[in-house]
Structure formats: structure tokens, C-alpha cells
Design a protein around this ligand. Structure first.
Ligand SMILES: Cc1cc2nc3c(=O)[nH]c(=O)nc-3n(C[C@H](O)[C@H](O)[C@H](O)COP(=O)(O)OP(=O)(O)OC[C@H]3O[C@@H](n4cnc5c(N)ncnc54)[C@H](O)[C@@H]3O)c2cc1C
Ligand code: SF4
Length: 338
């Protein structure tokens, strides 16, 4: 680990001023950044601690009926916040499917959006990796690519974005509030993360010095019919091979509105609105969810070791659609996916 300086920012203007300098990095819970510094993947010479910034420490109800999640609130506090559990149980379940209790107690909402890929080669500084060192090549393309992307990848990078929380935020159509050297702005969740293209070193559309201040959840929370299904190698403490967040609004057995987002399959949470439009007016049958899955997975492409993910994702979408019908049975802690 290299030497670095540490400064605690007391307010947002101070954080932005310090964070705009080259070689600085914001640190929140540190659960990802400090690991990357230990592996020599990140080499910040100055850390700006943004954990104590005012106005980012709580969860507040909005006038439109939505909720504002402060960026410094921990993942654990968010998942167990009564209004989140009551109105956005999909988000609560997705957060609790991630990491471990200890990590969720440290990890913040802002940091969760900015965690970096878990591609093994990205972490191994002795291998070429375009995301870590642009132009050096991609070791995963011809290497062991079992956990990599099946959608939206490029010849420069086939990594996936590993967050669980963000899959639910994509399905819920959250928005991200940002303040930086050029003032405040808001990004729709769909526009926050990027596909790799020729610039895989850029994971998202945040500019240097910009701070995520909060995340807004719209009033519609799909609290009656929802499910988060995470398929992984171990049943705890592992990242998703494929995950699915589904929210449904039903009238009897007929779908009035649907949201489906996938995790573990692309460089960002993957959502295809055409699949949701297809489901509107349809019955809640496995066949209809399978047809929606075919729309979502159009253009999916596997590499040597991860082609199994295409079929896995299709089955997960269908299973999760059916699980969403009765969340009181399927979303209990420890419930086995049916
Ligand atoms: C062993 C292990 C297992 C894990 N398993 C899972 C899992 O299964 N699912 C899952 O989703 N996650 C998992 N995680 C990842 C974990 O959720 C993230 O590490 C965590 O959410 C990052 O939050 P943080 O506050 O610690 O961020 P930090 O590590 O402090 O920061 C991460 C990045 O975000 C930037 N940053 C942080 N906050 C802000 C802000 N407000 N504005 C601008 N920039 C900011 C930092 O500069 C840094 O670049 C796991 C982590 C570990 C270590
Ligand atoms: S997939 Fe992306 S992160 Fe992994 S080695 Fe290739 S360029 Fe690096």
C-alpha cells in the first residue's frame, strides 16, 4: 500500500474543492476503495473522507411521496429503515442479498453505486486490463471469463458491475443527486453507469470532484408484488452470477405495470423497457415471463466459460416473475427460491 494523506471534509464545498485535485479520492465506508489501494489498483495520494458531510446522513420523505436516501447512510441502515422495508421491500431485499452484515454496516449508499468490478484480472496488477490501465488489453477475453458479461460488452472489456442494490434502484427508476465544481445536477439511474465501449476505465458518468449527495426513490415502490433473486456460487458472501429484480403491479392475474432489471450480466444494471411493455396486459404465466426474457436477452453473447449465463438468466427471469406474485412466501429471509 502506498503512502497517502487523509483529510476529513466538514462540508460539501470543502469536499468538492479538495476532491477536484488530481490524485485525490473520496472515501466513504472504504470497503471497496481501501481494498483496491491494498492491491495497488488505486493509488490515490490523498483521501478525502466524506462520511460526515451534513445533509447526507438520513432518509427523508419527499413531498411527492418518494424517499430521499442520503449518500452517507449505510447499506444496513437503508435496508432496515421502516419506510424502505414497507414501501420499497425490493430495495431492502436486494441490499440484504449483498456482502455480509459487517460490510453492510460500513458500506454507504453513495459508495455502493461506485464500487468497481470484481473481474479477477482488474484486481491482479500483473495482468493486462483496459479498465485498470487503458490500452493494455483485456485478459478476460481469452482468459477465465466465467463471471463476465453476456450483454453490452465490448472488445475492450467484458466485465460486469457487481452491485445488488443498484439492480433494485434500476428497476425502481431511482435518480441520483450530484453536486460538483459546476453545481448540482440529477441523473436518471439508467444514465448513471456506462457500457464499456472504448473507454472501460470509466464506470459511470460522474465527473472529477463530483459528490453523490443522495438517491431519490419515486413514489411507486411495487411493494405488493416484487422479488429479488440472486444466483451465485455460494449462498452467502458471494457476488451474483445473475440476479433479477422484478416489480409487478397486478389486477387479478393481469399485469398492469412491470419492471425487470438484471445484475451480473453487464457493465451496468440491465433493463429493457420493451420487455416490460410486452408484459402489460398479459397474464402472469411462466410462458409470458419467458417471452419477456427472450426480449431482454436479445443479442446476449457468451464467451468460452460463461455461455451458461444466458440460459441461467432466462430461467431466473421466469422464476423471479413467479416469485414476485407472492412475496410474503418467497422473500422471507432464508427462503429457498422455488
Ligand atoms: C468481501 C466483500 C463482499 C461484497 N459483496 C457484495 C455483494 O454481494 N453485493 C454488493 O452489491 N456489494 C458487495 N460488496 C461491495 C460493497 O457493497 C461495496 O464495497 C460498498 O457498497 C462500497 O461502499 P463504501 O461506502 O465502502 O465505498 P468506498 O469504498 O468508500 O468508495 C467506493 C468508491 O466510491 C467513491 N465514493 C464513495 N461515496 C461517494 C460519494 N458520495 N460521492 C462520490 N464518490 C463516492 C469513492 O471515492 C470510491 O471510488 C462486497 C464487498 C466486499 C469487501
Ligand atoms: S474484462 Fe474489463 S476489467 Fe476484466 S480484464 Fe478485461 S478490461 Fe479488465
Amino acid at each position: 500500500m502506498n503512502n497517502f494523506s487523509y483529510t476529513k471534509a466538514h462540508d460539501l464545498p470543502e469536499a468538492i474543492r479538495l476532491g477536484a485535485k488530481n490524485d485525490t479520492q473520496f472515501v466513504a465506508g472504504g470497503t471497496n476503495l481501501i481494498d483496491l489501494m491494498k492491491y495497488n489498483v488505486e493509488r490515490a495520494s490523498a483521501l478525502i473522507d466524506i462520511n460526515h458531510l451534513p445533509d447526507q446522513q438520513d432518509i427523508r420523505e419527499q413531498e411527492d411521496g418518494g424517499l430521499r436516501l442520503g449518500a452517507s447512510v449505510t447499506n444496513a441502515a437503508t435496508a432496515y429503515y421502516p419506510l424502505v422495508e414497507e414501501r420499497y421491500p425490493l430495495l431492502s431485499r436486494a441490499i440484504l442479498a449483498g456482502a455480509s452484515g459487517q460490510i453492510r454496516n460500513m458500506a454507504t449508499n453513495g459508495g455502493n453505486l461506485l464500487q468497481r468490478t470484481r473481474c479477477y484480472y482488474f484486481y491482479d496488477v500483473n495482468t493486462p486490463c483496459n479498465k485498470r490501465q487503458p490500452g493494455s488489453g483485456c485478459s478476460a477475453l481469452g482468459g477465465y471469463n466465467r463471471i463476465m458479461a453476456i450483454l453490452g460488452a465490448s472488445e475492450a472489456c467484458i466485465a460486469v458491475f457487481p452491485s445488488d442494490m443498484c439492480v433494485a434502484l434500476a428497476a425502481l427508476e431511482a435518480t441520483v443527486n450530484i453536486t460538483g465544481p459546476n453545481g448540482e445536477r440529477t441523473l436518471a439511474f439508467a444514465d448513471f453507469h456506462r457500457l464499456p465501449g472504448n473507454t472501460p476505465e470509466l464506470d459511470n458518468n460522474l465527473q472529477k470532484g463530483e459528490v453523490i449527495t443522495s438517491i431519490d426513490l419515486p413514489p411507486k415502490g411495487f411493494a405488493s408484488h416484487y422479488s429479488y433473486l440472486k444466483l451465485r456460487d455460494r449462498n452467502s458472501y458471494a457476488f451474483a452470477l445473475v440476479s433479477v429484480a422484478t416489480g409487478l403491479e397486478l389486477e387479478g392475474n393481469t399485469i398492469k405495470d412491470a419492471r425487470i432489471a438484471l445484475g451480473g450480466v453487464a457493465h451496468k444494471p440491465w433493463r429493457v423497457k420493451e420487455s416490460e411493455t410486452f408484459l402489460i396486459g398479459k397474464e402472469t404465466t411462466p410462458e409470458n415471463f419467458a417471452a419477456a426474457a427472450d426480449i431482454i436477452l436479445q443479442g446476449a453473447k457468451g464467451y468460452e466459460f460463461n455461455s451458461f449465463k444466458i440460459d441461467l438468466a432466462k430461467k431466473a427471469i421466469v422464476r423471479n416473475g413467479m416469485m414476485a406474485l407472492n412475496p410474503s412466501e418467497t422473500q422471507l429471509p432464508g427462503a429457498v427460491p422455488n
